[in-house]
Design a protein around this ligand. Structure first.
Ligand code: AR6
Length: 171
């Protein structure tokens, strides 16, 4: 089941929230900053032991003070116009995050719109990639949540879901 939720991902009580991190995994702005603030300084301390993360891969940490039990940090591509493999890298972020979740027994997972803020990935193309991979993995989870920060972003995901994944349970 895929749900589209509008709001702050740090409030979601799920097995894992996904963070749109940078390759240091030590925090930043946007959703990354919000997750680090809500998790507390323990998240940064823990992530210091992970040694960073290349673009397209994912790493898992405890949720610390978050309602979510884990944070899965993935590093999205910076948009450079589309001819530097950005679409394939963004798809890898979603796949890496889902695979890490499965390997850790996670049953409910929420994603922000990776790379669509500071990293400048076009939102429609990003939503198409996100929804494609979500539809593929959703049968192996109890809940897959696309957490959108604005109603416009949520409408974009709803449109994409209706187009690509018409038989999903309503969320
Ligand atoms: N909950 C859900 N979504 C959010 C939240 C939130 N609390 N806050 C922002 N968004 P961005 P990126 C949405 O810029 O493009 C950081 O500095 C936001 O509206 O957070 O992958 C990292 O350290 C947008 O749709 O991530 C990296 O350096 C989406 O989250 C860099 O930014 C992603 O926007 C990563 O850039």
């Amino acid at each position: 089941m895929i749900e589209v939720h509008t709001g702050d991902i740090t409030k979601l009580a799920v097995d894992a929230i996904v963070n749109a991190a940078n390759s240091t995994l030590l925090g930043g702005g946007g959703v990354d900053g919000a997750i680090h603030r809500a998790a507390g300084p323990e998240l940064r301390k823990y992530n210091e032991t992970l040694g960073g993360c290349p673009t397209g891969e994912a790493r898992i940490s405890p949720g610390f003070r978050l309602p979510a039990r884990h944070v899965i940090s993935t590093v999205g591509p910076v948009w450079h116009g589309g001819d530097r493999g950005e679409e394939a890298l963004l798809e890898r972020c979603y796949r890496s995050s889902f695979e890490l979740a499965l390997a850790n027994g996670i049953r409910s997972i929420a994603f922000p719109a990776i790379s669509t803020g500071v990293y400048g990935f076009p939102k429609d193309r990003a939503a198409a990639i996100a929804v494609k991979v979500m539809c593929e993995y959703a049968p192996r989870f109890e809940r897959v949540i696309a957490c959108c920060f604005s109603p416009e972003d949520a409408a974009r995901y709803e449109r994409e879901l209706a187009r690509r994944c018409p038989d999903r349970a309503a969320g």
